[in-house]
Design a protein around this ligand. Structure first.
Ligand SMILES: C[S@@+](CC[C@H](N)C(=O)[O-])C[C@H]1O[C@@H](n2cnc3c(N)ncnc32)[C@H](O)[C@@H]1O
Length: 277
């Protein structure tokens, strides 16, 4: 099993959308930065890998928060890694960014810590991938990442999809645990099994619940973002539906959900996963 379809996906139109929306996405996902890195902040001389680093927000935050730490960001998406390199150069962060499949890539020297913000749910063979990641970590080194709980618990992604459902050709199949994608790690016992079978120990899986502020100063802005990101975007792309056909229904729903300031805050549910090599 290889990751060809995900590599094509993240290097195609989806990768370009993520580049375009990187700043807005980073604001939306900013609550997860401290949650992931603060409890495991590396000390001087230590080395960190950020898996599925995308445009590099988590890598940049570690580099800025820790002293004399070597940070490497790994991602299959060439356009996102290009943006990550530009961001690192702009602040002189000295981070190494690599275009590579984390399921098979290894660092030159074993590292102390592996982190990820929603970048580890896309492996075709997750046990093999996490075994490979563990092989690049020192004994007793740490793994800490965030992944989404099921779509049904993530209103930020579900509400726009439900609003447009009657305009889709067919309702999209619910995400299946184990099928690579953002909600593949929704079941905690599945995550425990993958990490155990790939040799990780002292596994802890903690729920994170909170509200995410969706990008956009108005329902129209927010709808445009949600038509580019998440399960609604995937559904209309796969079904060849013009985003303008569904936009009105999404705007109407977001107006119902928006606060008095016009911003939309919706429930998000994630797992914060930690393990030891
Ligand atoms: C949901 S995005 C998260 C990006 C980034 N961590 C963030 O928080 O903005 C998932 C990322 O995982 C990357 N990815 C998917 N499969 C991968 C693989 N096998 N190896 C490395 N990166 C992968 C994608 O290219 C994408 O950038």
């Amino acid at each position: 099993m290889d990751n060809t379809s995900q590599i094509e996906y993240w290097n195609g139109p989806a990768g370009r959308k993520w580049v375009r929306d990187a700043d807005r996405m980073d604001v939306m996902l900013s609550p997860f930065v401290d949650v992931i890195i603060s409890p495991v902040l590396p000390g001087p001389g230590q080395a960190v890998i950020d898996i599925g680093c995308g445009a590099g927000a988590l890598s940049l935050n570690v580099a800025a928060s820790a002293v004399n730490v070597s940070v490497t960001g790994v991602d299959v998406s060439a356009p996102l890694i290009e943006l990550a390199k530009q961001r690192s150069a702009a602040v002189g962060a000295g981070i190494e960014f690599v275009v590579a499949d984390a399921a098979v890539w290894r660092p030159a020297q074993p590292v102390d810590l592996v982190i990820s913000r929603f970048g580890v749910m896309f492996f075709a063979d997750p046990v093999a991938a996490f075994a490979n990641i563990r092989a690049g970590v020192k004994p007793k080194g740490r793994l800490r990442f965030a992944c989404w709980r099921p779509l049904a618990e993530n209103t930020w992604a579900l509400a726009p999809l439900q609003a447009a459902m009657h305009l889709l050709n067919t309702p999209p199949a619910p995400p299946q645990p184990g099928t690579p994608g953002p909600f593949a790690f929704g079941a905690a016992d599945y995550v425990t099994r993958i990490l155990t079978e790939s040799g990780w120990s002292n596994i802890s899986i903690t729920p994170w619940d909170g509200d995410l502020v969706l990008p956009g100063a108005s329902a129209e802005d927010t709808a445009e973002f949600m038509l580019e990101m998440g399960p609604l975007s995937r559904a209309i792309t796969e079904q060849g539906i013009d985003p303008d056909v569904v936009k009105g229904a999404v705007v109407a729903r977001l107006k119902e959900l928006a606060g008095e300031d016009g911003r939309t805050r919706l429930k998000a549910a994630a797992w914060i996963v930690e393990a030891e090599a």
